[in-house]
Write a protein that binds this ligand. Sequence first.
Ligand SMILES: [Zn+2]
Length: 280
Amino acid sequence: MTYSTLTTETVETSQKSGRENATIDMVILHHSATTNTDQVLQMMTSGSRRVSANYVVKDRRIVGVVPEEWRAWTSGGTTDGGKGAAFDRRAITFEIQNASNGGSWPVSAESHESVAQLVADFHRRYGVKLDRDHIVGHRELYTRWGASYATACPGGLEMDAIVKRAAELVAGGTPAPAAKPATPAKSSAPAFPLPAGSYFGPKSGPARSVSGYYSHREDLRTFQRQMIARGWTFPRYGADGLYGDELRDNVLAFQREKGLEVDGLVGPATWRAAWTEPVT
Ligand SMILES: [Zn+2]
């Protein structure tokens, strides 16, 4: 049962299903076309309708409804050949209540801030990219990918502003207070995944330099996620399983900070340090 530490309360619902091994790499935002959060929660828990969301947000109230491990029933359409459901499997989804009813269906500044903080948190924990291909509003599923159905949702929610604010929170090193608990360093790291003599490095390197360029390696993603958990950011590419400039620059700075050999490559010592060195 995983929820962001920013969550202010949780409810329980059976209105959810499995992610079927999809990797979380998107956030999909909806508005509820109502100001009434309790009514939305009732709908998501009563068993009467096949609807839910991972999070329900209004102002500073952040309700965890469907734990992040699970797929919420948020964006599916009945005539889209399952495309909307596929988006829900890879996304953390939101229902955000409006500041007032009707018109342009406005959403409050406080709700925007709460959502931006959560998006920054998902970037840190899952490597979700902070761009408009990965942080999207409901209507875009239809207009851009033919998924779900034609809709005005998410109303007055300002998508660009949310992405910009989340990037600011990440870049400024001003995480939401609870989003980044001080985690004591673990005493052991997962085993270095490459054969002796090999390392993660640029595609242009020799054969023992493994870039992930052709396969988006899961072990390299694991390393990137660990770096993100330590507070390093990958704003352009996220945890993509590739060795590129963004990873190299972070590794160089990390090696310098920890007194390791500063070569920008991820060999056994740097790999291990990402788990065993204290976060400073
Ligand atoms: Zn919607």
